[in-house]
Write a protein that binds this ligand. Structure first.
Ligand code: FMN
Length: 276
C-alpha cells in the first residue's frame, strides 16, 4: 500500500505530480484529482517526487506529511560559486587531529546520505562506520599486523604488491600509509542484487565527501583500505562486511591543517562536444 493521498482542500489540480512521476502511474480522475490505480502501485519506485513537487503541499505518500519536508526556496542551495569552490577546493586529506568527530554531526551526515541518488531508488546501502578513534586504533593495528603476517606467509596476491610498502613504513617509522592516521573509517556497501551496486556506493561516498568537507572535516577515498580488506577477509568479516557485496572506503576526521588554495587542474578533463 502506497497510502497515496491528496488533500482536496489544497490541491489546485496543476498536474505536477502526474508529470513528474518517473513511473507514470499517477493519473488525473475526471474531477482532476490525482490518483494511482491499485494495479499500478507496484510500479512505484518510492522516490516521493509527487510529495516533493506539489506546490501546495497537498500530496502525501507512505504516510509522509509534506509539512515535515525541508522547504526549498531560491536560497536553499549553496550558490554556484560556493559549489564550484567546494568541488575545486575539496582535497584528499591525509593528516588528522587525534580526536573524534562530534557524534551529532556524523549522525546528521549519515542520515542525509539516504538522499543520495541510487539506481531505481533502491537505496540498498549499508553504512559501516568506525566512529571511535580508539576502535580505529585497534583496527589499524590489526590490519597492519595482519598484512605483515600475510606478507611473510606469501598470502598477498601480486595485484596487491603496492599495498605492502605500508608494512615497513608502519613497523619501521610508525607511519600509517593506509589509514593516514585518520580517526574514522566509513565503508559503504551494497548487495549484488542492487541494480547498480558500485555506482550507488560511489555516489553515496561522493555525497558524504562534499557534505563532510563543507562541514570542515577532512576525507580521503581509501582504495588501500579496500585492498587491505581483500587481503584480510577475516578483518572484513569482523567489520560485518558481507563477502560478495560491493563496497568502497573513505577515511575522515578533523583535519590537522587547512589547504590555503585550490590546485590548478580545471584543464585536466577532455571535453568532447558531440555534434550529430
Ligand atoms: C577511488 C579512489 C581511491 C583512492 N584511494 C586512495 C588511497 O588508498 N590512499 C590515498 O591516500 N588516497 C587515495 N585516493 C585519493 C587520490 O589519490 C586523490 O583523489 C588524487 O590524488 C587527487 O587529489 P585530491 O583528491 O586532493 O584532488 C583515492 C581516490 C579515489 C577516487
Amino acid at each position: 500500500m502506497l497510502n497515496f493521498t491528496v488533500d482536496r482542500t489544497k490541491c489546485n489540480q496543476c498536474g505536477q505530480c502526474v508529470f513528474d512521476c518517473p513511473s507514470r502511474i499517477i493519473e488525473l480522475a475526471d474531477d482532476r484529482r490525482p490518483f494511482i490505480r491499485p494495479e499500478n502501485e507496484e510500479r512505484c519506485i518510492q522516490c516521493q517526487h509527487c510529495l516533493a513537487v506539489c506546490p501546495v503541499a497537498a500530496v502525501s505518500i507512505f504516510g509522509r506529511d509534506p509539512a515535515r519536508s525541508l522547504p526549498l526556496t531560491a536560497g536553499s542551495f549553496p550558490d554556484v560559486e560556493k559549489m564550484i569552490a567546494l568541488v575545486r577546493g575539496r582535497r584528499s586529506v591525509r593528516r588528522y587531529r587525534d580526536e573524534n568527530v562530534e557524534p551529532a554531526l556524523l549522525q546528521r551526515l549519515l542520515a542525509a546520505l539516504s538522499n543520495a541518488p541510487s539506481a531505481i531508488n533502491r537505496r540498498a546501502l549499508t553504512f559501516t562506520v568506525i566512529d571511535d578513534k580508539a576502535v580505529m586504533k585497534k583496527f589499524r593495528q590489526k590490519a597492519l599486523k595482519g598484512l605483515e603476517e600475510a606478507g611473510k606467509a606469501g598470502r598477498v596476491p601480486s595485484q596487491y604488491a603496492y599495498l605492502m610498502q605500508a608494512v615497513p613504513a608502519w613497523t619501521g617509522e610508525g607511519v600509517d600509509m593506509i589509514f593516514r592516521g585518520a580517526p574514522h573509517l566509513l565503508v559503504i556497501s551494497a548487495a549484488p542484487e542492487s541494480v547498480c551496486p558500485q555506482e550507488d556506493v560511489n555516489l553515496a561516498l561522493a555525497s558524504f565527501e562534499l557534505m563532510a568537507q563543507s562541514a570542515g572535516l577532512g576525507t580521503v577515498w581509501c582504495g588501500m583500505a579496500k585492498m587491505t580488506l581483500e587481503v584480510l577477509p577475516e578483518l572484513k568479516a569482523a567489520m560485518g562486511l558481507v563477502s560478495g557485496h560491493y563496497y568502497y572506503a573513505m577515511l575522515f576526521g578533523v583535519p590537522a591543517f587547512r589547504y590555503a588554495r585550490t590546485v590548478q587542474r580545471d584543464d585536466a578533463a577532455r571535453v568532447h562536444r558531440v555534434q550529430i
